[in-house]
Ligand binder design. Sequence first.
Ligand SMILES: Cc1ncc(COP(=O)(O)O)c(C=O)c1O
Length: 305
Amino acid sequence: MKAAETIWMDGKLVPWDEAKVHILTHSLHYGNSAFEGTRAYKGEKGLAIFRLQDHTKRLLRSAKITLIDCPYSVEALESAQIELLKANHFEGNVYIRPIIFLGYGVMGVYHKAAPVNVSIAAWEWGAYLGDEGIEKGIRVKISSFTRNSIRSTMGKAKAGANYLNSQMAKFEAIESGYEEALLLDEEGFVAEGSGECFFIVRDGVLISPPNENSLESITQATVIELAHDLGIPVERRRLTRDEVYVSDEAFFTGTAAEVTPVREIDARAIGNGGRGPITQRLQSAYFDVVYGRNPKYHHYLTTLN
Ligand SMILES: Cc1ncc(COP(=O)(O)O)c(C=O)c1O
């Protein structure tokens, strides 16, 4: 990770190396936090944050779900993210990581009296699954871990605790020689990647599972909008692993992963074993949107002026 100059902590900009917490920070022990991952892209008008309001709203919804009272409004947190990007002197694309967490002062699982802290860090970050992955596609393993059950965790929250599941699946996939994990739900249907939503293409139709067992992905929603623009039919329905194996194309979507083609799953080549043509069209349409090259979607971009 490339360090930046400052981090926003509870209303103040703190030098990067001084942005620290106490070892008895509640969230460090029990895992309850709400966070976001948002990207800003350097286009013609300088850095522009993609779907800032949608990400910030989801951040506050995640905190509500996990019973954390955030002391800041959506508007205040949006301003803080803009202030942070202005205060740092970024040269390339940036990843923004706001987190609402339980601070120092109370121990024990019951967290009502724990102080709530908010911080926002941002740093320059390239393609999450690699530049080569964006072009040629990645190799994926269907995880031996079931995606967190909706009976016991709350996947609509981008909550720190949910990511133990993702972390174990990702580690297993990489140690097994793959680049990403695809998790199935309790019934065996495709849920999502460790940090992405999932699509296949079959006979010209774009198919993505409903969000019952995944985060409500902002990138997935954007790609579906773009598919409508391009006249590509879209279905939201459950997928089994065997249907995925025989798909013509497959790809992941996520703020970090952007639109990353999947070229192989569990030793089965997907389609032509590379980036498929519909994936390529959607990927380039997505990059046009985030870099400000598609005027229809300028409303999704927040510039720093
Ligand atoms: C588990 C999980 N699913 C899906 C996504 C994709 O969501 P988004 O497109 O809003 O970044 C993410 C990333 O935030 C994630 O962590």
